[in-house]
Design a protein around this ligand. Structure first.
Ligand code: GLV
Length: 317
């Protein structure tokens, strides 16, 4: 009997080619994303799960799966904060993700938000659509130049590095902070120093107990007045209330968010504060990138089920 792979996602089936080529028994079950009890029951009957960042793969799902024959969960995302990795380890379930293949697409969206926040694009577009644009004015819609601005990257993994090369092409002066020295030029060991020396800050760390609330009111207040803050990583790393306060007081000139704490709910205060561009978590949302992510997650499943170590292993069985 071919091993069963539960795919908790709605997607073009040709993206599942690695599973098909390996002759696995593919069960498409996107509806399980909305029913935890049914997901636990289905996990008990599967050898592998292909999941999304919006699907909680918690200790209950993993222990139910391990009571059956579950051997691997592969997330179609680089972030895996939706998966209880400790519970996966305890239950001898491997975890895979999709590093690398989404770096460019996500870095593009970080640049989009940096540009939008620096140039006030969201408010400018809104004024045009509202009929409030009265004509070209020398001092109308003035923003900040990217060229010559200091960009501080919080986190310097694949996405942070892809933002760095794009920003350098725009003439930005790029520095970065990471927990450990990166050996790259522009490394700043102290996060607070990076923040106080940056005109634009972009966040690129995974969500974890260590990074939850990493950028709160105290750290935002260290950023220079008139600076800009962008988050394309995960909600909860940036304190949204503190961000709204800093925009409302004018301490921050602009901001951009692609991710939210508790998404898809969006804190209503974010919707009305000026200077903020909001996107619905589209960092990796291009056809080619989402297909590559899906294929990589599937390849992880195929490798684990065949007893090989996948290139995209987060945690072994
Ligand atoms: C997207 O947010 C991802 O983690 O892949």
């Amino acid at each position: 009997m071919a091993p069963r792979v539960l795919v908790v996602a709605r997607l073009p089936t040709e993206w599942l080619e690695p599973l098909q080529t390996a002759g696995l028994d593919i069960r498409l079950a996107p509806e399980l994303a909305d029913c935890h009890a049914a997901l636990c029951a289905a996990a008990a009957d599967a050898d592998a799960i292909v999941s999304l960042l919006s699907v909680p793969i918690d200790a209950e799902v993993l222990s139910a799966g391990a009571l059956g024959r579950l051997r691997v969960v592969a997330n179609i995302a680089v972030g895996y904060d939706n998966i209880d990795v400790e519970a996966a380890r305890k239950n001898h379930v491997a975890v895979c993700n999709t590093p690398g293949v989404l770096d460019s697409a996500t870095a593009d969206v970080a640049m989009l938000l940096i540009l939008a926040a620096c140039r006030g694009a969201t408010a400018a577009e809104k004024s045009l659509r509202n009929g409030a644009w009265s004509g070209w004015e020398l001092t109308g819609y003035l923003g900040k130049d990217l060229s010559g601005a200091r960009l501080g990257l919080v986190g310097f993994g694949g996405i942070g590095q892809a933002v760095a090369s794009r920003a350098a092409a725009f003439g930005m002066l790029v520095q970065h902070h990471a927990r450990r020295p990166t050996g790259n030029p522009g490394y700043v060991p102290d996060l607070d120093t990076l923040l106080s020396d940056s005109d634009v800050v972009s966040i690129h760390v995974p969500r974890s107990p260590e990074t939850l609330g990493l950028i709160g009111s105290d750290r935002i207040s260290r950023m220079p007045r008139g600076s800009v803050l962008v988050n394309t990583s995960r909600g909860g790393i940036l304190d949204e209330g503190a961000l709204v306060d800093a925009l409302a007081s004018g301490h921050l000139a602009g901001a951009g968010l692609d991710v939210f704490d508790g998404e898809p709910s969006v804190n209503p205060r974010l919707l009305s504060v000026p200077g903020l561009t909001l996107l619905p978590h589209i960092g990796s949302a291009t056809w080619a990138t989402r297909e590559s992510m899906t294929r990589l997650a599937c390849q992880g499943v195929v490798d684990v089920l065949a007893g090989r170590t996948p290139s995209n292993l987060v945690s072994a069985r």
